[in-house]
Design a binder for this molecule. Structure first.
Ligand SMILES: [Zn+2]
Length: 392
């Protein structure tokens, strides 16, 4: 039997964490270890977290008490933003404005978590939900163009809170985890603080499609009011500069520990995890519980790149010394690549057949991966499946 990395199903993988060559920004060194693994070694061994924490304290003192709010916290209600909010309120006694961009697919358990968190912490919160008809049209366009339907969500999550920062004059914005936890767009080794700004927004948030581009793509067949796209457009730099904004990740200043932080918010705030389509039950129930369409997103990634979120999560655990490569392999074998029941609803929202969906995704497959649509079967429904929105 002969195998090369160019044949279907045989992707080259990091010998340490198992991430494949189709992973964004991945590179392998001479010993076969990936750059994300190397970055984590650096994070553990060489970052001076004491001095980073001092930087955080200085930053906070620069803004404390000078505005209507000490800071703004963009908030999905997932583990990272919930921890960020808890940490800033409890450790630093800040008065934050919480801003939530509701992408339209928030699950019942998440909404209950949010309610509990806001009450227990005693914070002011704004929730914003964009026009559903516009959202559906944007999802369809992004899926067709990029094989990634989340454009409205990713742009909205990062741009909408910045509009609120300008409107309310709250210059200090705290995001959660830095992107260097997962990718190499930014590197822990540069020892500079990642700014969550328009450069980052254009580099990897908006898929290379600006709201202006999007307008041109959809206005021919959709009754678009130009203002419909405002929530997905980054605010003008002059406005952000006028308020002297700083937009940073808490995880640039304190070492990010997903599991530890999830346990903490469960204990302090009663935050509850949830099952997620396609994931091993009980093992990662703190992760990506925000969106009813998460299963579809993971499924598309699996079709495009030949790996799913089980691979990604176990890679993280291997790096943090919490799982052996063998255990990870067996979980991947067992859970990765089933068809999520949410796909039925997704196709209904976007008015697509499954064949049309497959044909769209097939155009965005990352070489050398080749998906085999015919062998994939339906996965298990989550407990709240029947409560997700239906178009008909
Ligand atoms: Zn690796």
């Amino acid at each position: 039997m002969t195998n090369t990395s160019a044949t279907s199903g045989m992707l080259r993988r990091c010998i340490k964490c198992g991430l494949p060559e189709t992973y964004e920004t991945i590179e392998f060194d001479a010993s076969g270890v990936c750059n994300v693994c190397r970055q984590h070694e650096f994070k553990k061994e060489q970052i001076d977290w004491t001095s980073r924490r001092r930087m955080l304290e200085n930053l906070i003192e620069e803004y404390r008490g000078k505005y209507d709010y000490d800071c703004l916290v963009p908030f999905s209600g997932g583990k990272d933003s919930t921890f960020t909010l808890l940490h800033l309120v409890k450790e630093y006694g800040l008065k934050p404005l919480v801003v939530q961009f509701n992408h339209g697919f928030m699950r019942p358990n998440l909404l209950e978590n949010n309610e509990r968190t806001f009450r227990k912490l005693g914070v002011d919160a704004i929730s914003f939900r964009p026009n559903w008809k516009v959202v559906k049209r944007l999802m369809r366009e992004a899926l067709v163009r990029k094989g990634d339907f989340c454009w409205h969500c990713h742009t909205g999550i990062f741009s909408y809170p910045m509009h609120i920062a300008v409107k309310f004059n709250v210059p200090l914005v705290f995001w959660g985890e830095p992107s260097s936890e997962y990718t190499s767009y930014y590197d822990y080794r540069d020892d500079e603080i990642e700014e969550v700004d328009e450069t980052r927004f254009n580099r990897y948030i908006n898929l290379g499609i600006t709201a202006e581009d999007m307008r041109g793509m959809i206005e021919g067949d959709f009754p678009l009011d130009p203002r419909d796209l405002a929530p997905f457009t980054y605010p003008p730099m002059r406005d952000l500069k006028r308020i002297r904004y700083r937009s940073v990740c808490l995880g640039s200043f304190i070492p990010w520990d997903t599991r530890g932080q999830s346990a903490l918010i469960a204990e302090e705030l009663g935050w509850k995890g949830d099952e997620v389509e396609g994931m091993p039950p009980g093992l990662y129930d703190y992760e990506k519980i925000e969106c009813a369409m998460q299963g579809v997103r993971d499924y598309i990634k699996y079709l495009k790149r030949g790996y799913g979120r089980v691979t990604q999560m176990t890679a993280l655990d291997i790096r943090n010394g919490r799982m052996t490569k063998a255990d990870a392999d067996s979980l991947v074998q067992q859970f990765e690549g089933s068809k999520p029941p949410s796909l039925k609803l997704f196709l209904e929202y976007l008015d697509l057949s499954e064949d049309e969906f497959n044909a769209i995704v097939e155009k965005t497959v990352v070489y050398p991966h080749k998906p085999e649509f015919s062998v994939i079967h339906w996965g298990k429904r989550t407990h709240d499946y029947d409560r997700w929105y239906r178009e008909k």
